[in-house]
Design a protein around this ligand. Structure first.
Ligand code: FEO
Length: 395
């Protein structure tokens, strides 16, 4: 199957309806995904990106139904990650000498993974490749999100092939931003940004400004996952600029794990008090041991304040909370506040460890937190409510 997007530019990718985990087990994909590959036919023919390795044969067979493989003049590898380059070995088996246009860092990542010495043509920002009536302009985008990443832009058709940027893990038959459920689209777009691009927000902002400075018309953005932005493509660019500026909504997220319900009772008291004290504040509560971590990360991304709680166990914290702290440390959220809470039976080290973990993850820790011995009674729950009220000025 292929889809004509415009001006002899076809989508020739793969729709992966059943994908539920991505990046190994790191990223949940409740709505599947797509590996977008684009065929640009002019006097010359260019193929932009491929698909994930398990789909390599299916991808190449499908591609061959759209174009005689021998008529592909140029292969463009915008990014070396296997979800976009995994079908390259199968493709190059058919067209072994075809030039592969990519960044210098992509030569390293492609060679490092496939151990093949293809006909690499290294390009830099501003380099152009003539297809006849139109040109591809290459734009390096290092660390969005690998060192090897680049975009390319098709003159004449005004299409930006943005690779992972502006993508969403969203499988759909329709492939266009205006034809899919808007709630699902934006939920997947913000989740993608929160979980993958948060560490690179400064670079996102700069790359968008650099692209704007080129004053190139933009009619369509073709990312490497999810739908093509054809209806007002600038809407996702504007949204990225907002997300890149240490985004937050009027929200507090309470995240915890609990052995026997005491820390959970504290979480409930904290959340109920904040919801009652601050009109209009969204308060969301998650047990991180039971909830999808990528969905919770998305909620933290939207929050002003995170309250993180754990029972103390073996002089430490519950493993789900520890793993969540490690996830947040890697993402490096900025401009967010936090506080710790938790119950204990005797030693009670958990509270301090959570606070230290929050600091290490870049949060401004508002206080030493609230800790309750055994299961909080009415007085203990009152202390939690009082603690929640003490946080109100920070909101
Ligand atoms: Fe979709 Fe960085 O690969």
């Amino acid at each position: 199957m292929s889809i004509m997007l415009k001006d002899n530019v076809h989508w020739v990718g793969v729709t992966d309806w059943s994908l539920r985990k991505f990046h190994g087990e790191e990223y949940s994909t409740h709505r599947g995904s797509t590996y977008n590959s684009y065929l640009v036919q002019d006097e010359k023919t260019a193929l932009i990106d491929t698909a994930w390795g398990p789909f390599a044969r299916q991808y190449v067979e499908n591609l061959a139904r759209t174009v005689d493989l021998d008529r592909i003049d140029f292969v463009v590898a915008n990014h070396g990650e296997p979800d976009h380059s995994g079908a390259l070995p199968e493709l190059m088996r058919h067209i072994p000498n075809r030039p592969v246009y990519c960044t210098a860092n992509a030569v390293k990542s492609l060679k490092g993974q496939y151990h093949a010495d293809w006909n690499f043509q290294v390009v830099k920002t501003g380099d152009r490749l003539s297809l006849g009536s139109r040109e591809l302009i290459f734009i390096e985008a290092p660390m969005l999100h690998w060192p090897d990443t680049m975009f390319c832009y098709l003159t004449g058709s005004s299409i930006l092939f943005s690779n992972d940027a502006f993508g969403q893990h969203l499988a759909s038959e329709t492939m266009y931003n205006d034809l899919v459920d808007q709630c699902e689209l934006w939920q997947e777009a913000i989740k993608y940004y929160a979980n993958i691009l948060t560490p690179f927000s400064r670079l996102v902002e700069k790359k968008i400004m650099d692209f704007a400075a080129l004053s190139l018309p933009l009619d369509m953005i073709c990312p490497s996952h999810g739908v093509v932005w054809r209806d007002n493509p600038m809407q996702v660019v504007a949204q990225y600029l907002e997300w890149a500026k240490d985004y937050q909504e009027n929200q507090v997220t309470v995240v915890y794990d609990s052995m026997w319900g005491a820390t959970r009772a504290m979480a409930d008291a904290l959340a109920q008090t904040l919801a009652a004290e601050v009109p209009g504040l969204a308060v969301k509560v998650f047990n991180i041991a039971k909830q999808d971590k990528n969905d919770v990360i998305t909620e933290v991304f939207k929050s002003k304040v995170l309250l993180l709680g754990s029972s103390t166990i073996n002089r430490g914290i519950l493993s789900a909370v520890a793993a969540f702290l490690e996830e947040m440390r890697g993402l490096g959220f900025k401009n967010k506040k936090a506080a710790a809470f938790g119950s204990y039976g005797w030693s009670g080290e958990g509270l301090r460890q959570i606070s230290e973990g929050l600091k290490g993850a870049g949060f401004e820790v508002l206080s030493e937190g609230v800790r309750e011995l055994w299961k909080p009674d009415a007085a203990g729950l009152d202390r939690c409510r009082e603690f929640a009220r003490s946080l109100v000025p920070a909101l």
